[in-house]
Design a protein around this ligand. Sequence first.
Ligand SMILES: [Zn+2]
Length: 100
Amino acid sequence: MVVYPIVCLVSAFVGGIIGQRKGSSYLVWFVISLIIPILGPIAALLYRHETEVPLRRCPGCGTAVRVYDAMCMNCGTDLDFPAESEIIAPDPSLRVRARL
Ligand SMILES: [Zn+2]
């Protein structure tokens, strides 16, 4: 029964690296993949990072929010669907405050 912990650890490292490359937390995916070996890394692969969706700037506070957000998670401003000129292409350098 030495194999199982090794599988868990390898899975944790792989899941952590995948999660990090997706722009998410290494530690979060490391722990998930440690608890759920094999499926954890697969979940990390399927996980869609929020910066992959188009963004817009909140008119109230300037925070980048997802285009389909109805409300700014930072300042609570109600958001109408943005004009095309307001939409920002997905940019991993923009940190979105809202979490899925
Ligand atoms: Zn705002």
